[in-house]
Design a protein around this ligand. Structure first.
Ligand code: ZN
Length: 316
């Protein structure tokens, strides 16, 4: 039987300016804007989905841009760094590209034997690019970034926590994760331990709590195959005392949410049906798509949203 959870589905962050957000992720990083919709819980705010060609699970970084939102701070109880996967010899390319666009980059770091660089987007959102030869995914690009250097999807995520025990127990006993390795106070977990499923817990008993606002992650979603596997995992989590929400229809997937013991909001999202249910694959992300219940208010909703455009062609 296929395991109930098979890695990361998407990661969702809070952003500030919507246009700057689109420019950073499509223009500089070269991810595809696969869906432009609204925050279903706050219809006056956009919800952008960036990913590979189809927004496959494990590639999708999503944002809620709140114009004028003050910057949050990274801290305990947060997912502090989202790591994307790139091919092994791509770091020089990315270093040059990020420098060209004025992004301050860390020195090259080594973690579990792999090299990575770390930087922040314009809101302070923590991003890492991990160079590795473990990722068979081809990646995707609008054309300005050579395919061999393109982002392939997520590598993994860092949860910055005061202690690891309860979160590790949740991951390993109920979410199909296993302990992979330890380096200092960083503990690595994976379903298979491959790019796209890695979760690192960075333990710091002395750290400060973070403040969630622009430039911080709102939640991480783990992937499950379909609605029936989702109900199975919901039942298991509830039986073990986690306060799990009812199933919510996110149009492109179904979701349940709960807070893990370290403070990070977890979601379990279905692989089905995906982003091609309301737009053709060749035109993903071009129009503002609304869930059926919001269509009657489209005029009012669109009036409340600042128009945005795709400028990736301006990023050589
Ligand atoms: Zn989500």
């Amino acid at each position: 039987m296929k395991p109930l959870i098979t890695g990361i589905h998407h990661i969702t962050a809070i952003a500030g300016n919507a246009q700057a957000n689109i420019d950073f992720y499509t223009g500089i990083l070269g991810l595809r804007l696969v869906k432009k919709t609204i925050n279903f819980d706050a219809p006056d705010v956009y919800h952008f989905y960036f990913g590979d060609e189809l927004g496959n699970p494990g590639t999708v970084f999503t944002t809620f841009p709140f114009q004028g939102a003050r910057k949050g701070t990274k801290g305990l109880g947060e997912l502090t760094y989202t790591a994307f996967s790139i091919a092994k010899d791509s770091l020089d390319f990315w270093r040059a590209r990020l420098e060209k666009y004025g992004v301050a980059i860390s020195d090259t770091l080594t973690r579990f034997g792999e090299q990575l660089i770390r930087f922040e987007d314009h809101d302070g959102m923590g991003i890492e690019l991990v160079a590795n030869d473990q990722d068979p995914r081809t990646g995707w690009t609008y054309g300005k970034i050579p395919l061999e250097y393109s982002i392939k999807g997520f590598y993994g995520a860092t949860l910055y926590l005061k202690a690891k025990e309860l979160t590790a127990k949740l991951l390993t006993e109920h979410m199909n994760y296993r302990f992979i390795d330890q380096e200092g106070s960083r503990f690595r977990y994976g379903t298979e331990g491959k790019p796209g499923d890695i979760v690192d817990i960075l333990v710091d008993p002395q750290g400060n709590r973070g403040m969630q606002s622009a430039g911080t992650v709102h939640h991480i979603a783990f992937r499950t195959a379909n609605e029936s596997t989702q109900l199975e995992i919901q039942k298991i989590l509830m039986e073990n005392g986690y306060l799990v929400t009812e199933v919510k229809d996110r149009n492109y997937f179904k979701s349940i949410y709960f807070r893990e013991p370290g403070g990070v909001l977890f979601e379990i999202a279905t692989d089905e049906p995906g982003f091609a249910i309301d737009e053709e694959e060749a035109h993903l992300g071009e129009l503002i798509k609304l869930p059926e219940w919001a269509e009657p208010s489209r005029e009012k909703i669109e009036k409340g949203l600042t128009p945005v455009e795709l400028n990736y062609q301006n990023y050589e």
